[in-house]
Design a protein around this ligand. Structure first.
Ligand code: GAR
Length: 196
């Protein structure tokens, strides 16, 4: 089995969907759930699922990204991860960190990339008057929310939607998309997964 480390910052619902998928004939198994935030709700969920957890708090590094990442990488290397999945991990990673996991790090982003890189994606899609929205899983490259697209899932934008409505509708699709992409990716297949 390929070993997968999952990086989170918050509730970890995508992380849980990935953990739950890695059973049976799946080509990967989880080796670590790592957070920059000791209060991330996902840590307890991972521990309850019997997966090793670790925390590297970014705050003591006071914006020194390289120093933070020098610590962040340690548990990932110790766990022997083959693949790193960012799942609601809310720290920007430097090119130096990303290059250590070139071709084996994935991210899920709550927009139809290349639209709406960065934050507040749901509000921005609403403000633009878009008729559809969604989420993307992509391979991580040094540029933020860039890199080859490995899958996308679409949702309609409905009259009267708030950013919260849209976030919830997209999240349901995220939980389908990310496990489907990881399963293919861990088997060496980079054909994009498209979900309508
Ligand atoms: C998800 O919607 C994910 O796409 C987004 O944060 C949420 C995390 O939820 N990620 C980003 O915005 C990355 N910049 P979760 O902790 O329940 O998986």
């Amino acid at each position: 089995h390929k070993k997968v480390a999952i990086l989170i910052s918050g509730g970890g619902s995508n992380m849980v969907s990935l953990l739950e998928s890695m059973t049976g004939d799946h080509p990967a198994r989880p080796c670590l759930v790592l957070s920059n935030n000791a209060d991330a709700g996902g840590l307890k969920k991972a521990a309850a699922a019997g997966v090793a957890t670790a925390v590297v708090d970014h705050r003591p590094f006071k914006g020194d990204r390289e120093a933070f990442e020098a610590e962040l990488v340690k548990p990932i290397l110790e766990a022997g991860a083959d693949i790193v999945c960012l799942a609601g991990f809310m720290r920007v990673l430097t090119a130096g960190f990303v290059s250590q996991f070139q071709g084996r790090m994935l991210n899920i982003h709550p927009s139809l990339l290349p639209k709406y890189k960065g934050l507040h994606t749901h509000a921005r899609a609403l403000e633009a008057g878009d008729k559809e929205h969604g989420c993307t899983v992509h391979e991580v490259t040094p540029a933020l929310d860039d890199g080859p697209v490995l899958g996308q899932a679409r949702v309609p934008i409905l009259p009267g939607d708030t950013p919260e409505d849209l976030a919830q509708r997209v999240l349901v699709k995220e939980h389908l998309l990310y496990p489907a992409v990881l399963r293919r990716y861990a088997a060496g297949d980079r054909t994009p997964v498209l979900i309508d």
